[in-house]
Design a protein around this ligand. Structure first.
Ligand code: ASP
Length: 341
């Protein structure tokens, strides 16, 4: 009898289910980086951000705790932020120069290295969900503009009016940005130089998530309205795999936020994971190096969130603040906005 019980106990201990339950899980999210200072924030506004970050974190972490997939956790967390007017993604997206909203998003699965992205879509309520659909239900990685919307319709995704993304606060931001651009223009700067001269709040704000699930699989996702007053179909780093989003089970998962042109040129997300994979760096060392020593000296501002397959996390940024939150293993959830937190 005793031997049978012992045998059953041993069998249970060795069961993959039980071992899986011991594997670490982790989720990190961001809601954009930039000139975020306590002095510019009312207590009510700060609370609204913290509450929303908490809600997004809980939505994603709940998926992981329930044994769900990292990709599902990433989507769940990002959709909470896409539907909030507080962040520059989905509802609350910034305006283009012409007064529209053009949204970009991407996802990557660390196990298969499959990826999906949409760029410059105007009528998609959840760009992150469509990016996933591109990954799972098309032979392509990136679809753009009207083509992406035709794809969405063919898959039964309803199109929404572009004005559903309107918010008063972003409209004012566009007006201020245009005034600044025109002033720079009168001083002889062309559009490109004038955009470069815009302060960071006009260039920043994006949401993203990276996750590790109980099966040891990583996933990453990023969704954005891009840059205020962008023109000519400008696309930033957020939908570019390797720049704004990357996931690979042999190294790490990364989602970025910042001045997209720099993140594209320095291939930021993939560079961090390459340092982990080929140089044996920790995810913290690799992410710090790229954000502080590679990007910053060039003028590239922003930050990233990253996680590896052991559940180690990093959230470096070279701006004044970054909306961020994380939870891993038995550690309590961390929600932070400013640098000194
Ligand atoms: N990276 C985004 C872009 O350049 C903006 C941001 O993250 O704030 O479109």
């Amino acid at each position: 009898m005793k031997t049978t019980v012992l045998f059953m106990l041993l069998a249970l201990l060795a069961s993959p289910l039980l071992r899986a339950a011991e594997n670490p899980i982790a989720l990190v999210i961001h809601g954009g980086a930039g000139t975020i200072e306590k002095s510019n924030m009312t207590p009510a506004r700060e609370k609204a951000y913290r509450d929303k970050l908490r809600q997004a974190l809980d939505a994603g972490y709940g998926v992981l705790e329930g044994g769900g997939r990292s990709m599902d956790a990433v989507i769940a967390a990002i959709q909470v932020m896409e539907s909030s007017p507080l962040f520059n993604a989905g509802k609350g997206a910034v305006y283009t120069y012409d007064g529209h909203h053009e949204l970009d998003a991407s996802v990557m699965d660390g196990k298969t290295r499959q990826a999906g992205a949409v760029a410059g879509v105007r009528r998609i309520e959840s760009p992150i969900a469509l990016a996933r659909m591109v990954m799972e239900d098309s032979p392509f990685v990136m679809l753009s503009g009207e083509g992406a919307e035709t794809f969405a319709r063919s898959r039964g995704v309803p199109l929404v009016e572009n004005r559903m993304f309107d918010t008063e606060q972003r409209l004012e931001q566009l007006q201020r940005a245009k005034e600044k651009l025109e002033r720079e223009n009168r001083r002889g700067k062309d559009y490109q130089a004038a955009v470069e001269a815009l302060p960071s709040p006009y260039k920043m704000g994006t949401v993203g998530a990276v996750a590790l699930d109980r099966s040891g699989n990583l996933a990453a996702g990023t969704s954005t309205g891009g840059m205020t007053a962008k023109r000519y179909g400008r696309i930033g780093d957020s939908p570019v795999i390797g720049a704004g989003t990357f996931a690979d089970n042999d190294s790490c998962a990364v989602s970025a936020t910042g001045h997209g042109e720099y993140f594209i040129r320095y291939n930021v997300a993939a560079d961090i994971c390459a340092r982990v994979r080929y140089q044996g760096k920790s995810v913290t060392e690799a992410a710090d190096k790229v954000i502080h020593d590679v990007l910053w000296p060039t003028g590239g501002t922003g930050g990233v969130i990253a996680v590896d397959t052991d559940g180690n996390i990093a959230m470096p940024f070279n701006t004044k603040g970054m909306y961020r939150a994380s939870r891993s293993g038995s550690k309590p959830a961390k929600i932070a906005i400013f640098k000194e937190e």
